[in-house]
Design a protein around this ligand. Structure first.
Ligand code: ZN
Length: 150
């Protein structure tokens, strides 16, 4: 078990664009394990993107309560509808605000074995995928919030 330090808003790494993963090597596998450990060490985190632990690679780990799921090079390939939800972020301690996202998304990615996966998500999973994929492009939810961040 190894947890990594979570960067918080103001750190310029969170604003950079992450690079695609070309090879799922030991380094990426360790990153995935550490990201899951880090996510599980938080009180209420459901998702974590690699830039949040200072690694500018397109890697996301999500756990909606049924185990960590890995997304390498995730891409939203289609979306539908709109939905307003209150979001928060491990990199914005104590902050939350309403963000409009698609209601449903289809995301393609690779899993930790390098297999292609396609996920159809709605509800919190859709919100979480959009939020985490934003992190890979240096976007934080506070950039999209439609009300005051509290
Ligand atoms: Zn976040």
């Amino acid at each position: 078990m190894a947890t990594r330090n979570i960067l918080t808003i103001g750190d310029e790494t969170l604003r950079k664009k992450s690079r695609k993963v070309e090879n799922i090597d030991e380094r990426i596998k360790t990153l995935l394990e550490d990201m899951a450990d880090t996510l599980h060490s938080t009180d209420d985190g459901v998702g974590l993107a690699a830039p949040q632990v200072g690694v500018l690679r397109r890697v996301v780990v999500i756990d909606m309560g049924d185990g960590a799921q890995n997304f390498i090079n995730p891409e939203i390939i289609s979306s539908e509808g709109t939905s307003a939800n209150v979001e928060s972020c491990l990199s914005v301690p104590g902050g939350s605000g309403t963000v409009i996202r698609p209601e449903k998304v289809t995301v393609k990615a690779l899993n930790e074995k390098g297999e292609k996966i396609t996920v159809d998500a709605d509800g919190m999973m859709a919100v979480c995928l959009c939020h985490e994929i934003d992190h890979l492009d240096g976007i934080l939810f506070v950039d999209r919030v439609i009300d005051k961040v509290i």
